[in-house]
Design a protein around this ligand. Structure first.
Ligand SMILES: Cc1ncc(COP(=O)(O)O)c(C=O)c1O
Length: 372
């Protein structure tokens, strides 16, 4: 038996769309990217989408567009992928971690206010595994202290909590279209915002700080471009956008399948000794299905899954215990004990629309044997 950790669900229509783009004149950012941005706006309900080459780029540019830089602090969570924290550092600002909730692994909003200093400029929550942070609470805190919010939505296109969707209360929402994400082009990302000025600035920052992109230089008589800001090379190509335009319409159907798989897992692990499940609040995007096991046995359990042909991953070990962060900031594991503990207990199981019911049952059987 071999059950991959992830299999994508691209369809022939996605591949045809890429082929059509390859036969067109435009390979870089052009009409297909604009079409993707339009459809993503319709799906998210957010006014502006800027397609980029990663979520890391989106986080970086969101912070830059908010004028965050050296000397500033941004509050975030250590229970995330490293890019959340390194994007803050790319601007020259300092990531300030607050610990997470023991039941969800999400940023503990009760700890945010005590981390605010005169240098704090923004809060960067992560909608971990697809469950949203309490955005109403976080917006109240941010407003009380005149702070901005940049949401890391790498796991959460489809989520909703208290009637709020990603990007609705934040100043910017940053998405990932990395190879294993719910919407994917292998490598890609997007920044969504309701703020037209921010979208305009990010459109310039994403392409060297140039005043005109290739598509607008191509149409009509030659017009000179200017460089108006120091920018980066973060734009998305039409080839990659073509892979995604049709996927957007399948997001909700794919979520339903992941929900059904998650419910099957939940039932299989109900009352199972040695397996704890993170609490889901509201509508989760069901991006990752993680279980929390005995910390001392986690690595041997991981290997036991692999020996039995089940693909697994760890999302994540807490960021503050990684060598670079320990060396740079002098962190100790106990600085954020809840994140550290979760990071020592986490195992992510396969979860994707193409996973068959019998494969899910196999994963449950293996999990109950190796964790019990
Ligand atoms: C929570 C989180 N934030 C940010 C990122 C970075 O995304 P990208 O690889 O698109 O830059 C990831 C990617 O896995 C992620 O999981």
């Amino acid at each position: 038996m071999k059950i991959e950790f992830y299999r994508h669900s691209l369809e022939q229509s996605d591949i045809d769309n890429v082929c059509n783009t390859l036969k067109s004149i435009f390979l870089t950012t052009g009409p297909v990217t604009l079409e993707f941005e339009k459809r993503f706006c319709e799906h998210t309900g957010i006014k502006h989408t800027v397609a980029l080459n990663s979520c890391t780029a989106a986080l970086h540019l969101a912070l830059l567009a908010l004028n965050i830089g050296p000397g500033d602090e941004v509050i975030t969570t250590p229970m995330t992928f490293i890019a959340t924290a390194t994007a803050i550092m790319h601007t020259g600002a300092t990531p300030v971690f607050v610990d997470v909730e023991p039941t969800t692994g999400l940023m503990n909003t009760n700890l945010v206010e005590q981390a605010i200093t005169p240098r704090t400029k923004a809060i960067l929550p992560v909608h971990l595994y697809g469950t949203m942070v309490d955005m109403k609470e976080l917006r109240t805190i941010a407003d009380r202290h005149s702070l901005k919010i940049v949401e890391d939505c790498a796991h959460c296109i489809e989520g909703e909590r208290d009637g709020i969707r990603p990007g609705q209360l934040g100043d910017a929402a940053c998405y990932s279209f990395y190879a294993t994400k719910n919407l994917t082009c292998g490598e890609g990302g997007a920044l969504c915002t309701n703020d037209g000025c921010m979208a305009e600035k990010v459109n310039i920052l994403k392409l060297h700080g140039m005043s005109k992109d290739a598509a607008s230089r191509y149409s009509g008589k030659y017009k000179h471009w200017d460089m108006v800001l120091e920018g980066w090379k973060y734009n998305m190509s039409d080839i990659l956008a073509a892979l995604m335009v049709n996927q957007i319409a399948r997001l909700e159907g794919n979520l339903e399948r992941r929900e059904a798989i998650s419910t099957r897992y939940d039932r299989g692990f109900n009352d199972q000794v040695g397996i704890e499940l993170p609490k889901i609040i509201g509508k989760s995007a069901r991006h990752l299905y993680t279980i929390w096991v005995n910390a001392d046995r986690r690595d041997s359990i991981l290997h036991a899954f692999q020996d039995k042909g089940v693909g697994v991953a760890v999302n994540y070990r807490a960021v503050h215990i990684l060598t670079f962060f320990r060396d740079k900031f002098g962190f100790h594991p106990d600085d954020f004990p809840v994140a550290h503990d979760i990071g020592r207990r986490t195992i992510t199981l396969p979860l994707y629309p193409g996973l068959l019911d019998e494969e899910v049952e196999n994963v449950i059987d293996v999990a109950c044997k190796v964790c019990g």
